[in-house]
Design a protein around this ligand. Structure first.
Ligand SMILES: [Cu+2]
Length: 554
């Protein structure tokens, strides 16, 4: 009874304080040689006097914004103080497989992991979040996520707002469900909108051009963003870089994991205010966040609701007064350069938070490599959605460009490099991408970024290998040695023109993981079915010499 009363009081407090506007929290921005992020459990008061159990990355909720310069080396150390395993993924960044922080790269409780990689991406807004197997949604829901802002010389040449927290504002939008005791209730949808962890947030902006770096950090909700007076705004960039020129629109959909940089001209508006709204009423019933009554309910579903109040203050010195006409020239790969077309068909039926969704009939299996790409190659993908709802599909390790949506060119603001694309029911979205990073034995994921679908195995993985690994498996005159097939699911045939003594298998870390004596045979069947997927080196000795072959286990 007492608990019930306490809960009721808390809940009433929550409701009454719910209407009070609060200044938008701006995550601390850090620029360091080596970043140290501690993932840990915390308590945070989103509403005064109400404690909510959270996770954070060196913060009570969310984490600092990491500032990186293109061309530099990023060093980020994760110290896991959670009671469970975690991992950390640099969403959108082109990093070698072993640094990508996928589900294989787990960090045990109490352990640390140092990620070190060259910053190759163009200037844009990226983010970090955990990616542990079946725990991504929970850990992200509790609050582990943060912005990564990459800067480069080309962007620095442009007359754009870039004073962090003044006219260049990170805006991560998350809906959260609070239970009566003040804690988060894990659910696909929330009834409270948090921006940078702030409920009922307002932001004071100078009366000039301001830049919002929008990120959908929600579990499942898609936002249809616009302003309350339907004013147009300029989209200058998407997930992985700036556009050739600003694209004007009065609505912008943002699906889970997607980013957009937006310029808003507030000149002459001092003392005025405007409201960023999500027009959930405009979403079709196939999109999570719409008024689809069959799915999990939320008071925000299918309605327009406020996201962020912008109050316009005096002009700040050195502000930007015009939206530039041109931004960054685009270098979209030519379709003629594509060496392969893959079709990824999404199937399944379910709810927003549950169900069984598949990609090409498969669900995630950490021991299966689903695709093998050649390093440097360009491919065309069709993502075809035959399931019952829209899915935000994310590909690690690359940026892609949308070529077509159901045969039509994409909207102007969707023409930049991206890593998440919302594919609605019955849509066929055609993408082009170049694989420029090696997986080095650590697969890259591609998956639905609805975090509940992702944790429910709507995810597959691929590796990127040197093209020489996959040359036709015929004996070459200089070696008279054939190893096939590559890639293999287990069994391989080794045929040589000379008697072989030994074959040694090493993984890419140089660890020996197999040896067979061949007793002067010229043919041998080797089974590596027991080894995890990845790239291995075979050393075959005989005839007074040693031949090395790289093989791929799928
Ligand atoms: Cu999905």
């Amino acid at each position: 009874m007492r608990t019930l009363l306490t809960n009721l009081l808390l809940w009433t407090a929550l409701l009454t304080t719910a209407q009070v506007m609060r200044p938008l929290a701006i995550p601390q921005a850090l620029q360091l040689d080596t970043f140290d992020l501690v993932t840990d459990e915390h308590t945070h008061q989103f509403y005064p006097g109400i404690n909510t159990a959270t996770y954070g990355a060196s913060a009570e909720y969310l984490g600092p914004t990491l500032l990186l310069d293109r061309g530099d080396t990023a060093r980020i150390r994760i110290h896991n103080q959670l009671a469970q395993v975690t991992s950390m993924h640099w969403h959108g960044l082109h990093v070698p497989g072993e640094m990508d922080g996928g589900p294989q790269r787990i960090i045990e409780p109490g352990a640390s992991w140092m990620a070190e990689f060259p910053v190759k991406n163009p200037a844009a807004t990226y983010w970090y979040h955990p990616h542990p197997h079946e725990l991504t949604a929970e850990q992200a829901n509790f609050g582990i996520a943060g912005f990564i802002i990459v800067r480069d010389e080309a962007e620095a040449q442009l007359d754009l707002p870039r004073t962090y927290g003044v006219d260049d504002i990170p805006v991560v939008i998350q809906d959260r469900k609070f239970s009566a005791n003040g804690n988060f209730s894990f659910y696909p949808f929330g009834d409270s909108v948090l921006v940078n962890g702030t409920p009922n947030a307002y932001l004071e902006c100078p009366a000039q051009v301001v830049r919002l770096r929008l990120l959908n950090g929600s579990n499942a909700r898609v936002y249809a963003l616009g302003f309350d007076d339907d004013r147009p705004f300029a989209v200058i960039g998407g997930d992985g870089g700036l556009l050739p020129s600003p694209a004007s629109t009065d609505r912008l959909w943002l699906s889970n994991g997607e980013r957009a940089e937006v310029l808003l001209d507030l000149s002459g508006m001092e003392g005025d205010s405007l409201l960023l709204v999500s027009y959930g009423n405009e979403l079709p019933l196939t999109v999570p966040g719409s008024g689809n009554l069959v799915w999990e309910s939320s008071s925000l579903n299918g309605v327009a609701f406020p996201v962020l109040r912008i109050r316009v203050t005096a002009t700040a010195p050195g502000g930007v007064s015009n939206i530039p006409e041109f931004l960054i020239p685009q270098s979209i790969p030519e379709e003629s350069a594509s060496i392969r077309t893959r079709t990824k068909t999404l199937t399944g039926m379910g709810m927003v938070g549950m169900g069984m969704f598949m990609i090409n009939g498969d669900m995630y299996d950490m021991d299966v490599v689903n695709d093998t790409m050649l390093l440097g190659s360009t491919e065309t993908w069709h993502i075809v959605n035959n399931s019952n709802m829209a899915h935000p599909m994310h590909i690690h390790g690359v940026s892609f460009y949308i070529l077509e949506r159901n045969g039509q060119p994409p909207a102007a603001w969707d023409r930049g490099p991206k890593d998440v694309v919302l594919v609605d029911r019955f849509e066929d979205v055609k993408l082009i991408m170049q694989f420029t990073e090696s997986s080095n034995g650590w697969p890259y994921m591609y998956h639905c970024h609805n975090l509940l679908h992702e944790d429910n195995m709507m995810m597959l993985q691929y590796i990127v290998v040197e093209p020489t690994l996959l040359l036709p498996a015929s004996p070459t005159p200089d070696t008279d040695l054939m190893v096939s097939p590559v890639p293999t699911s287990g069994l391989m045939r080794i045929i040589s023109g000379w008697p072989m003594h030994d074959v040694y298998i090493h993984d890419m870390n140089g660890k020996r993981c197999g040896h067979a004596q061949l007793n002067r045979a010229t043919e041998h069947s080797l089974d590596i079915g027991h080894l995890p997927p990845g790239v291995y080196r075979l050393s075959i000795e005989g005839a007074g010499t040693r031949w090395v072959r790289m093989v791929v286990k799928e």
